[in-house]
Design a protein around this ligand. Structure first.
Ligand SMILES: [Zn+2]
Length: 298
């Protein structure tokens, strides 16, 4: 128990990724399982099994990245959308008792942000924010070298008053999420090119020079820029990291975003901030969950 290795678990809506991670962010043995969504008991049983098959005497702690806002005071998931987990269970305490080890839990996008800060695109900065663009839009922030452990639901900041209805169970309107996700891009692509075209195909069309595809991505990038501009004016980050599957749109969305951010940022902050793509890909959630486990040791 020298605290050199922990187990990180990235709990997603479709997959559970679990792996042994050391203090340098190196991932050793790892396992992947389907996420059972039939019941809470089935989900907990699958998480127990995923951890227990990696557990040995050297493991010092376990960390979980969970797709839900987390209440760190109570150790509970507050609004998981696509997995059967809710506030009725003290998840952190349940897991600590089960494994007899310190357990840390964190929102999945916060965990990915932490990983990019330590080992990825943001390893040279002290203050950064991240947005993940997948089917939803998550976020996270590191401020003066410390992960912000509260809500960082940047996908749900209002960028358009009375704008588009939000995705999922969110009742809001004009939030960033329905303008910038891969899901949103697929919707716009299908309106323009028919039902067979999704966000990936839209990006490929833009790469082939299709002007309508470029225009759609430009519009998405401008909305993204409005959201980032607001984050710049709150946190004054040195770096903004864009992750998630739809970050594959790259400069087709980032260049228009940079243009808007340059305009919106106070005192030149919008011109100084760098906006880059994430580096750790799908491993970010797992590595971030492990970092949360190391923090639980402290
Ligand atoms: Zn929303």
């Amino acid at each position: 128990m020298d605290g050199k290795r922990v187990i990180g678990v990235d709990l997603g809506g479709t997959k559970i990724l679990a792996g042994i991670v050391d203090r340098d962010g190196r991932v050793g043995r790892r396992r992947e399982h389907m996420t059972p969504v039939t019941s809470r008991d089935d989900l907990l049983a699958a998480l127990d099994a995923a951890v227990e098959e990696l557990l040995d005497d050297d493991i010092a702690a376990v960390g979980f990245g969970i797709p839900s806002p987390i209440d760190q005071r109570t150790g509970r998931a507050q609004q998981a959308v696509n997995i059967p987990l809710d506030e009725s269970i003290d998840f952190r305490e349940r897991m600590a008792e089960r494994f007899g080890l310190p357990v840390g839990i964190e929102n999945d996008a916060n965990a990915a942000t932490y990983a990019e800060f330590h080992f990825g695109a943001a390893r040279d900065v002290q203050t950064m924010v991240m947005l993940t663009l997948g089917s939803g839009c998550g976020g996270g922030a590191v401020i003066d070298g410390k992960l912000y452990r509260g809500w960082a639901e940047f996908g749900h900041m209002v960028i358009v008053y009375e704008g588009l209805p939000c995705q999922g169970t969110c009742t809001g309107r004009g939030h960033l999420e329905p303008y910038v996700t891969g899901f949103a891009a697929t919707k716009l692509a299908q309106e323009a090119f028919g039902p067979a075209v999704d966000a990936h195909r839209l990006v490929r069309l833009a790469q082939e020079g299709e002007p309508r595809a470029i225009e759609i991505l430009d519009g998405i990038g401008r909305h993204l820029g409005a959201g980032i501009g607001t984050l710049v004016n709150i946190f004054n980050p040195e770096l903004v990291v864009i992750g998630g599957g739809f970050a594959a749109a790259g400069d087709f969305i980032l260049d228009p975003a940079r243009e808007i951010v340059a305009r919106e940022g106070l005192a030149g902050a919008g011109k100084r901030v760098r906006i880059v793509r994430a580096e750790l890909g799908t491993a970010a959630g797992l590595i971030g969950a492990a970092l949360v486990a190391f923090d639980a040791l402290a």
